[in-house]
Structures are given as C-alpha cells and as structure tokens.
Design a protein around this ligand. Structure first.
Ligand SMILES: [Zn+2]
Ligand SMILES: [Zn+2]
Length: 279
C-alpha cells in the first residue's frame, strides 16, 4: 500500500470507487439516501430520478463545497442584477425622453427595447439611433400639427359680438346662443373655468371649433380652415350675419325657431329676438 492509498483509506468515505486509475470520492446524496430515486413518485420531468443528484445517488464533491459554490453562483447573479439595475438607471438619466417612451411601450418596437434594456442593462448603438430617428420624426409631426392648429386661430375683434351677447344677457337669456355663417356661438358658464369666453361649434355636425378668449380665437385640431374667417365676418357685422343666416335657413339666428310671418322672413330674424339681442 502506498502512502496515497493509506491517505484515501483514512478518509471517512461512504463509498469509494475508481474511475480509470483515478480514485473518486463519493458523498451520498442526502435527498435520496443514495438510491438515486425520488421517493415522492414521478417528478416534474415525468420520471422518478432524484433531482438533487441526477439519479446517481451520490456527489463527487462535499456538501460544504457544493454549498459554497451555490453561494458563489448566487452572489454573482445578484452582482449582475445590481449592475443591470445601475446601468438602467444611468441610461434613463442619459436618455430621459427615450426612457419615458420605452416605459410607455406604445409600440412593439419600444416594448422590445424596454425588455432588452432591463434584462441586459444596455442597448446597441444601432437600436438607440433607430429610436432617435423615429422620435425626431414624431416630434416634427407634432410641432407641424401644432403650428397648423395655431394658424387656424387668430385675432378677432369681438366688440360687436360682445355687445350683442351683453344685450342678450341683459334681456334675461341664461344661455344665449347665436347662429351665423354655419357656426353656433354660445357663452361659457359665468361660474366656470372659461367664464367670459365664447364657445364656437360647427352647426352642421356639432364639431367643436374652439373658443374665443379676450380677442383671440383659439383653434383645436378639428377646426376647419375657414372658421377664423367666418368668425371675423360675424365680428364685423353680427346683425348682418344673423339676417343672412335667417334668410338662408328660414330659421332665427338667435332662437333657432322657424321664421313664420312674412315680415320675419323678409327681416331674416324674429322681431322679438332682434329687440332682445340689441339689433
Ligand atoms: Zn439523490
Ligand atoms: Zn328668434
């Protein structure tokens, strides 16, 4: 017997075996007691092998060594997760617009970038560039749309429209409503956020066209291109516009009712309304 054999024999082995000429230590599996079978029946893979030892019934490394290795693997995993978290945070600070867009994940593209970023902590330069190209395109569309909407609004000299609404309110109308040039103008509730403003709606389809605040007409996206011009025509001559409306539609600009008697139709406005609205 060599010193080496003595040494091996002196170890508190449970099983000793030989693989080739190399002596292999064996540590009985604690899970299956060395049988290699799981006593609980069929495991989640559809067989009855012990999952701890892979069905061998023993390990070639000590329980302490395996515990240490497991801990090291776990620590490495946690390190990696921490690194990814930090990288994602840095990325979000460096690209705030992009980060907000990825989080919102409105498209498959941004959703996929988000998943890759939080899993790997980084995106490729090509991916980043592709996102910025799309973003710039979208920003250009948004500002063009905004400019287009703003261009549909503009200044309106409201003095005469105001006078008319003041007269109607003084005559006791709670919700004065005026129609002309295909538009319906109403007074915003006196207690609301828009008190003093006038709302403008397209009569034909009831589409909101915007509001007049002070002397400015503020358009919205749906505002028709000629709405401002129509408002300016009304502002120049509210009475004339009301008469034109009455003659064209056969209904009264102020109360919306049908103009019946001959005089009314000729006048284009109901006589009582004309008086109450200060015409
Ligand atoms: Zn086992
Ligand atoms: Zn009327």
């Amino acid at each position: 017997m060599s010193d080496f054999d003595d040494f091996i024999n002196s170890l508190p082995t449970e099983i000793e075996g030989q693989r080739g000429t190399k002596v292999e230590r064996r540590y009985t599996c604690g899970q299956c007691g060395g049988t290699g079978k799981w006593s609980g029946g069929t495991n989640r893979y559809g067989n009855s092998y012990c999952l701890a030892c892979g069905g061998r019934g023993y390990f070639t490394t000590s329980p302490e060594f395996r515990a240490k290795r497991r801990a090291a693997v776990q620590a490495k995993k946690e390190d990696r997760a921490e690194q990814v978290r930090r990288a994602v945070k840095e990325f979000s600070e460096e690209h705030p617009d992009m980060w907000a867009d990825l989080v919102a994940a409105r498209t498959d593209f941004t959703a996929s970038l988000y998943m890759q970023l939080v899993q790997r902590g980084a995106l490729t330069q090509n991916q980043i560039n592709a996102w910025y190209r799309g973003w710039e395109k979208r920003q250009a569309i948004i500002s063009a749309r905004k400019a287009e909407t703003e261009a549909k609004g503009g200044a309106v000299n409201l003095d005469r429209i105001r006078e008319m609404f003041d007269a109607a309110t003084a005559s006791g109308y709670k919700k004065p409503c005026y129609r002309a040039e295909g538009l319906k103008i109403t007074l915003a509730p006196a207690t609301g956020r828009n008190a003093g403003a006038l709302y403008v709606v397209e009569i034909e389809d009831d589409a909101y066209q915007g509001k007049i605040e002070n002397v400015t007409f503020k358009a919205v996206r749906e505002t028709k291109a000629n709405t401002l011009a129509r408002l300016q025509a009304i502002a120049a001559d509210p009475k004339g516009a009301a008469i034109r409306y009455g003659q064209r539609t056969g209904t009264c600009s102020c109360c919306g009712r049908e103009l019946t008697n001959h005089t009314s139709i000729e006048m284009g406005i109901g006589p009582i309304c004309a008086q109450k609205w200060g015409f």
